[in-house]
Ligand binder design. Structure first.
Ligand SMILES: [Zn+2]
Length: 581
């Protein structure tokens, strides 16, 4: 994930050079009968400490052409989980899932028929919206056929029920069996009111995923989000492309959240016309939805839909390593990174292997290095440390979602999670980025550590895009577990902010989710990643030995879930403990 704030310098010519012969991997040429699984071995003398040479060895291996872009369900994906398992074993971790290194993650691939239409009976007439041009729609139920007939429409503003903000767009209405229509983002964004929600910074309630989940909890038959480019932070083409073709999710039975029979988006134009035919003015309703006290508005319209989809069931695997604690082994701190990437795109001309060196061989190398440092430290940590390499991040954060629904350490015994996703090999920075800054007391621990180093903590550059809700730690956050998502800094020691921004732009333009995301020994500077890994290891050590339970900051939407599993009284005592740390 993550398309901003990342960096790679001076790599203009490196794309497309097939690699493999020059990698330290064994078995790429002599692998007769063994396949890429032999890539699980790597010739390298690993250091006990977090070390640039070790990181390079891991990244070079994981992003080599032998791993073919690490797509789940391919030989390259299997080689990847074998490599991680072999490294966990070499380091001296224990299998983390009972006696098993792996956790099977089931998934359903659903492709909606693009011949589907939305048919609205409205104002005595009918409006028919076409898939792609006017709307997109799909189901995550795994059912091949969904029929909805004459479901009454209700405009529910932003579709938000936020008790900690005393805001409920569903106030006084039962939407069971109905079709809810709502706006993207949250009231603070469109009203530009800094005091409403978080102003232009996207809150959890602004994310479309939240809106569908809330509508499902309320038993709606369907939910439709009205697109606008500013509110979504991307244009209709992005919605259209990402909702066309196969969609991935856990099987409904493996997800604690209820599912909507049908969910989708309307273009702004289609929604305007629909509301007009129903005798309403969408612009006026938008304004009303941005004011406290908004009440849902039933529309003189109903939806009929016959949705046909094809479904395919598949499996992938998380890899889990455990370092048991010496005093409180039942309590754990989690280090996580997704191992999957985009695979090989057959049929694309030129280099068609999406090696994913930055995204996310760096993060996997990071948790391996932190694991090794903990395992080989003189004194073992008092609490357990769990190392979690998750699958299917690029397909909708599914590996982490499955783990959170089936945790190997109960969530109320899980102290915190640290997520590593796409670290920048651009050298040391004067700062460190916390995506979603202002969330939990984990940031207090981090600040103490950064103060020691004379570095600053900064938030992500674009706070309107909701990046905190778009990588794996978010599944833990939603379930209540305090989650810290750190990214490389943006003000480089060598070249300052300008160099950091140029490198980030280079990565986004030339490498992010492209075949050019490759390891390059000549230009990669790993000292910054070493420093950031040492930082996040150090906070984990403090938590492992200190016994505190960091909490979400007051007003955070995930605090209620944590309070429900861990009594707030204990949390208050811990806050003091952390403050005195
Ligand atoms: Zn990623």
């Amino acid at each position: 994930m993550r398309s901003t704030g990342l960096a790679l310098a001076l790599l203009a010519l490196c794309a497309c050079t097939p690699r493999g012969d020059d990698s330290p991997a064994t078995g790429t040429e002599d692998a007769a009968g063994q396949g890429p699984a032999s890539a699980a071995q790597v010739e390298h003398a690993f250091d006990a400490a977090i070390d640039a040479g070790d990181i390079a060895a891991h990244v070079q291996q994981l992003s080599s052409d032998a791993f073919a872009g690490r797509a789940p369900g391919t030989p390259g994906g299997e080689a990847t989980v074998d490599y991680i398992k072999a490294q966990f074993a070499r380091i001296g971790l224990q299998p983390g899932n009972g006696g098993d290194w792996f956790q099977a993650v089931p998934m359903v691939e659903t492709t909606a028929s693009e011949a589907t239409t939305l048919r609205f009976a409205v104002g005595g007439g009918e409006q028919v919206l076409a898939f792609g041009d006017d709307m997109v729609v799909g189901t995550r139920t795994g059912q091949a056929s969904i029929a909805i007939k004459d479901s009454p429409l209700v405009f529910v503003g932003y579709g938000v029920d936020a008790p900690e903000r005393q805001w409920n767009d569903y106030d006084g209405i039962d939407v069971k069996g109905k079709t809810v229509v709502m706006l993207v983002n949250d009231p603070g964004f469109h009203t530009h009111d800094a005091k409403l929600f978080d102003g232009e910074r996207m809150t959890y309630y602004g994310r479309w995923t939240y809106k569908f989940e809330e509508a499902a909890r309320r038993g709606a038959a369907a939910a439709l989000i009205v697109h606008d480019t500013a509110g979504a932070s991307y244009g209709w083409d992005v919605v259209k492309n990402s909702w066309s073709g196969p969609q991935y999710d856990l099987p409904a039975g493996d997800d604690p959240e209820p599912r909507l029979p049908a969910q989708g988006w309307l273009t702004g134009e289609a929604a305007d016309a629909l509301f007009k035919a129903a005798g309403q003015d969408l612009a006026k309703l938008r304004a009303a939805a941005g004011k406290r006290g908004f009440k849902p508005v039933p529309l003189d319209a109903s939806l009929s839909l016959d949705l046909r989809s094809t479904t395919v069931e598949k499996n992938s695997r998380n890899v889990i390593g455990l370092l048991p604690g010496s005093e409180s082994p039942d309590e754990a701190i989690v280090y996580m990174a997704h191992w999957d990437h985009l695979g090989t795109h057959e049929g694309e001309a030129g280099d068609n292997i999406y090696n994913g060196a930055v995204d996310n061989a760096t993060g996997v190398a990071g948790i391996l290095e932190i694991a090794e440092a903990f395992r080989k430290a003189e004194t073992p940590p008092k609490r357990s440390i769990l190392f979690l390499a998750v699958t299917l991040e690029e397909s909708g954060l599914l590996g982490s979602k499955y783990y959170v629904a089936h945790p190997v350490v109960p969530l109320d015994k899980t102290v915190a999670v640290f997520n590593l996703d796409a670290l920048s090999p651009t050298g040391k920075a004067r700062d460190l980025t916390v995506t979603g800054k202002g969330s939990s007391q984990l940031e207090d621990l981090l600040r103490t550590e950064l103060d020691r180093q004379g570095r600053k903590m900064v938030g992500e550059g674009n706070t309107a895009a909701g990046y905190y809700f778009r990588s794996d730690h978010f599944n833990f956050a939603k379930a209540g577990v305090p989650a810290l998502y750190i990214d490389s800094g943006t003000t480089l020691v060598d070249g300052g902010k300008a160099a950091g921004e140029a490198a980030a732009k280079d990565y986004t333009d030339n490498r992010y989710h492209k075949p050019g995301d490759e390891y390059d020994a000549a230009t990669w500077k790993l000292d910054g990643i070493v420093q950031d890994l040492q930082t996040v290891e150090s906070i984990g050590r403090t938590l492992a030995d200190g016994g505190q339970w960091p909490d979400w900051y007051e007003g955070n939407p995930f605090k209620a879930a944590r309070d429900a599993m861990r009594p707030p009284v204990a949390a208050a005592a811990d806050a003091k403990k952390i403050a005195g740390n």
